[in-house]
Write a protein that binds this ligand. Structure first.
Ligand code: BES
Ligand code: ZN
Ligand code: ZN
Length: 503
């Protein structure tokens, strides 16, 4: 498998102002319906200029005969022979609504219910084109790279989207939404690729291929270069594995000479056993997602280049596999982080902060205005905020800006503090710092406090803990399937766009 022939191929998107004249094979028309939030009322098709009264009447009669409901995110498929599609999929909104996330989620739910149809047409886009395209592509995502013919889906999945809208000149809007969703799919593909196949060197190669295809400058440091330059955190974490660590740097140069400079850093632990401080067996396989931050960072810098953002974006991505072995680091070892701070490794399972500290110091050498770092850093994040709410820490102002933008794009990051007193808990008896505190309290904030020690003075920074949100181990919902979610790609891209627009 080479990077070129794996991964999800997003469907094509066409914007149109009318239904096709001739019947399309393997096609579905997705139509939003409402019932005024009253499940006893029959669903009504949301008014649109593409379906005449006869077609609307036929759809509503078919829905009524099935006793369909029209509540939020309920889907019902009906056959309407007079329409040029194989079937109609009604998706409920409850009340008539137009909020971005409501439409995106409705589109996502519909896309997960396509039953193998290759073409989706929709009038949902007449409410919000961008939300519809994003939701359809994200909802239609699937990961089939490792299925043999025995269990591979028989159909090719969603290949084409026709988004109906009466507004003119909307191609760019649709294209931007498709590009963002495709970047999220890239991050999902990387997370979903199992640790047998995505180890540091392979991850670095894929990041390079993706980066070069988008015109980025790419630099890869291998284990010898890392050792020589003093990346003690990345070397320490990686040395228990037969598959050596890497540090990947991807640079996008904005066209403007005086544009802002943003550093992105993402945790790329391709598998986290815990090392010698080994994790329990139950659910250890979820640790295939421990490179979710790195995946999102790679996808985001590639997207920034594709969108030609007029700012410099430099991604610094440490990649390592945290394994227990005769060559692994031990609890009690002392290592020297890149830049010279010494650390007593009291728990080898707190490895993310060790690779990130090196990467943050390296990213700081570029003198960025902003630094966004994201990682599946602590189980404590899920204890505090659950599986769908990233914790955002960092410099107060920038943290709030990142959390606010995260909420606007539907990834719902929430601001969290870094209380000064937690630093006390990271004191070591032998080194400058310990990598864990002795306390059971505020594990997410302690990890953020550790990272803060490595952020250069004057840099606005945000740390996004996505331990739960990077990987959906529950059932599918909205536009999110099982497995890799691609969070927080959309948050980081929104922040980059906001910096490009407002400084
Ligand atoms: N990769 C884990 C964090 C994690 C937990 C991610 C659950 C996704 C889901 C991280 O390396 C880790 O093991 N952290 C420890 C830190 C502790 C030893 C201070 C944890 O959370 O238990
Ligand atoms: Zn760990
Ligand atoms: Zn980890």
């Amino acid at each position: 498998m080479s990077p070129a022939n794996v991964g999800y191929q997003a469907p094509s998107v066409t914007v149109s102002s009318s239904l096709p004249k001739r019947k399309l094979d393997s096609s579905v028309l997705i139509v939003p319906v409402v019932n005024g939030d009253d499940d006893r009322a029959a669903p009504r098709v949301v008014a649109n200029p593409f379906l005449d009264a006869k077609a609307v009447g036929e759809i509503e009669a078919a829905l009524e005969s099935l006793d369909a409901k029209g509540g939020a995110e309920q889907v019902t498929r009906v056959v309407v022979p007079s329409l040029p599609v194989s079937s109609v999929l009604a998706v409920g909104l409850g009340k008539q609504r137009d909020e971005y996330d409501v439409i995106r989620r409705a589109a996502g739910v519909a896309a997960r219910s396509l039953n193998g149809a290759e073409t989706a047409l929709t009038t949902l886009s007449d409410i919000d084109l961008s939300a519809t395209v994003e939701g359809l592509i994200l909802g239609a995502y699937r990961f089939t790279d490792f299925r043999s013919d025995k269990t591979a889906p028989k159909d090719a999945g969603l290949r084409a989207i026709t988004a109906l809208t009466s507004a003119k000149g909307q191609n760019d809007v649709a294209q931007r939404a498709a590009d963002i969703a495709t970047a999220v799919a890239t991050a999902r593909d990387l997370v979903n690729t199992p640790p047998s196949h995505l180890f540091p060197d392979e991850f670095a190669k894929r990041a390079k291929a993706l980066g070069e295809a988008a015109g980025l400058q790419v630099e890869i440091l291998d284990e010898k270069a890392l050792e020589k330059a003093g990346y003690g955190g990345i070397i320490g974490v990686g040395k228990g594995s037969s598959r050596p660590p890497r540090l990947v740097r991807l640079t996008h140069k904005g066209a403007k000479r005086k544009g802002k400079k943003v550093a992105l850093v993402g945790k790329g632990i391709t598998f986290d056993t815990g090392g010698i401080s080994i994790k329990p067996a139950a659910n250890m396989h979820h640790m295939t997602s421990d490179m979710g931050g790195a995946a999102a960072v790679v996808a985001t810098v590639v997207l920034a280049a594709k969108q030609k953002l007029p700012i410099d974006v430099i991604a610094t991505v440490p990649m390592a596999e945290n394994m227990p072995s005769a060559t692994a680091q031990r609890p009690g070892d002392v290592l020297t982080q890149y830049g010279g701070i010494t650390v007593e490794v009291l728990n080898t399972d707190a490895e993310g902060r060790l690779v990130l500290a090196d990467a943050i110091v390296r990213a700081g050498e570029d003198q960025p205005d902003y630094l966004i770092e994201t990682s599946t850093l602590t189980g404590a994040q899920t204890v505090a905020l659950g599986a769908r709410t990233p914790g955002v820490m960092g410099s107060d102002e920038f943290r709030d800006r990142v959390a606010d933008l995260s909420q606007r794009v539907g990834e719902n990051g929430w601001p969290m503090p870094l209380p000064e007193e937690l630093k006390e808990d990271l004191k070591s008896t032998v080194a400058d710092l310990a990598n864990v505190s002795g306390s059971r309290y505020a594990g997410m904030l302690v990890a953020g406090t550790y990272l803060r020690e490595f952020v250069p003075e004057g840099v606005q920074w945000a740390h996004i803990d996505i331990a739960g949100p990077a990987y959906n181990s529950g059932g599918p919902w909205g536009y999110t399937g099982k497995g890799g979610t691609g969070v927080p790609t959309r948050t980081m891209f929104a922040v980059l766009e906001d910096i490009a627009a407002n400084g």
